[in-house]
Design a protein around this ligand. Structure first.
Ligand code: GDP
Length: 454
């Protein structure tokens, strides 16, 4: 019999209410030793989805009012009997309740163990389990939408459809090869090729949307660069809505890199406000400038800031050179002041130019639209099936390789047996993705990244 486990499902901070979750065959019996309903109904007499108001106690002394919610297997998160006890969310109360639950016979849950049990009991597949972790760490609307869509099974359904078509194809080929005396019709080459081409297109589409999906959900590494005093820190503050970089009139104050994660509409940007790029004799500033150049090189997106109120300088020219070949937006700042800069020249050198006044907080909408355009994520619907991580991408990519081999094999006229081996390998890769054939090591690795109580 698997151990009955317990953990705090809510965070380890003082809160209005905290929930202690117990799961396993003995969940109800253990909860009854800690919780008593005020109307004296034993929890063991309750149907699933029933709550009772009462109190929690230990050593014969009650110490808080509480609500116990009973779920009956298999209709619970884990697929086992579950009791959730809600107590007032004081850290001491929660610890005391959890200890009482352990004293009554429960074992401490490991990281991700509730979700792992849900997976092992067939309540969710591996992609849905991963989506739980993604939802918990979602920092913005698109990340939440994508992970919720995966939790609802959008990726699983897409993969299942591909799997069904491949398995059908493989089964009819195997039957034809294995039972030559039966009158099983041979799968025509057109049908076989069409099935493989369809599977290839579906998987290729998942791979193609991976990079943009990650950008939309996990955020974009964005470097803010520009000459000293162009308004980089002010732009960062405008986006962050708070004073993080120090804004001053003295050139060269942002000596090193200040990082901040901000939401711009539906996008998440991991911003680095860098030292102004210029030639400098100051050793410390020179190190900052070197790091700024590194950031510029490695960032997924560059916001090159120009001061519209001062003429273009040598530093601006240097920056324009450094931005070539990067995904970059020229941000012409200080539009509230008289124009002294050669805006036309900047417009000629950059594909995307946005004019803003960072100080007055004007232009954030235009900047968001421009960023989406430059990243090519404007059309991406995060509610559609998307791959969420490198593991999933690798499984799909391996399956695609096997399907391409099978297609080449069909074209070269190799035996159906050999084609079938390749299709079976593609099937195995997709079953590893959904978890039906994932190794124990992969499964343990995924759940070890969860927190305790999830
Ligand atoms: P950085 O060196 O590029 O980080 O520039 P800062 O953000 O420190 O800004 C330099 C100066 O320009 C500060 O005095 C800011 O208040 C000012 N500044 C920044 N953006 C604007 C703007 O849009 N309009 C005006 N008028 N001043 C700005």
């Amino acid at each position: 019999m698997a151990k009955t486990i317990a953990a705090v499902a809510t965070g380890n901070i003082a809160a209005g209410i905290s929930v202690i979750r117990i799961s396993g065959e003995r969940a109800i019996e253990i909860a009854e030793k800690v919780f008593s309903a005020f109307d004296c109904t034993p929890l063991s007499s309750l149907k699933g989805y029933t709550a009772k108001y009462g109190c929690v106690s230990t050593g014969g002394e009650s110490f808080d009012n509480a609500v116990a919610l009973v779920f009956r297997a298999p209709k619970s998160y884990t697929g086992e009997d579950v009791v959730e006890i809600s107590v007032h969310g004081g850290i001491f109360i929660v610890e005391k309740t959890l200890q009482a639950v352990f004293d009554a016979g429960a074992s401490p849950a490991e990281a991700g163990e509730f979700t792992k049990r849900a997976f092992l009991n067939g309540k969710i597949d591996l992609t849905q389990a991963e989506s739980v972790a993604e939802m918990i760490s979602a920092q913005g609307q698109e990340a939440l939408r994508a992970s919720y869509s995966m939790l609802q099974g959008s990726l699983s359904s897409k993969i299942s459809a591909v799997l069904d078509s491949l398995i059908d194809c493989s089964a009819s080929m195997a039957a034809w090869v294995d039972y030559p005396d039966e009158e099983i019709p041979e799968l025509s080459e057109e049908n076989l090729t069409a099935t493989l081409e369809n599977a290839k297109a579906d998987l290729q589409q998942l791979i193609d949307s991976y990079e943009n999906g990650i950008i939309m959900t996990q955020g974009v590494d964005t470097a803010i660069v520009g000459k000293p005093n162009a308004g980089k820190s002010t732009l960062m503050n405008m986006l962050a809505g708070q004073e993080k970089s120090i804004v001053t009139h003295i050139e060269g104050t942002t000596r090193d890199i200040v990082e901040n994660t901000v939401r711009l509409g539906s996008l998440v940007l991991h911003l680095s406000d860098t030292a102004g790029i210029r030639e400098s004799d100051d050793l410390v500033e020179a190190i900052g400038i070197k790091r700024a150049e590194e950031k510029l090189k490695n960032a997924q997106l560059v916001l090159a800031v120009f001061d519209s109120s001062s003429p273009l300088s040598r530093e601006d020219e240097m920056l324009i050179e450094q931005c070539s070949g990067k995904r970059c937006i020229a941000v012409i700042n200080k539009t509230d002041l008289e124009t002294e800069s050669d805006i036309e020249m900047i417009k000629n050198r950059f594909e995307t130019v946005v004019e803003i006044s960072a100080k007055n907080g004007e232009g954030a909408d235009k900047l968001e639209a421009a960023i989406k355009n430059v990243l090519g994520v404007k059309q991406l619907d995060t509610a559609q099936p998307l791959l969420a991580n490198q593991r999933q991408r690798q499984c799909v990519s391996n399956a695609l390789d096997r399907i391409n081999e099978a297609l080449d094999g069909v074209n070269l006229g190799i035996t159906r047996d050999a084609v079938n081996v390749m299709i079976d390998s593609a099937v195995d890769e997709l079953l590893a993705l959904t978890g039906k054939k994932a190794t124990e090591e992969v499964v343990n690795n995924i759940f070890s990244r969860f927190c305790v109580g999830k």
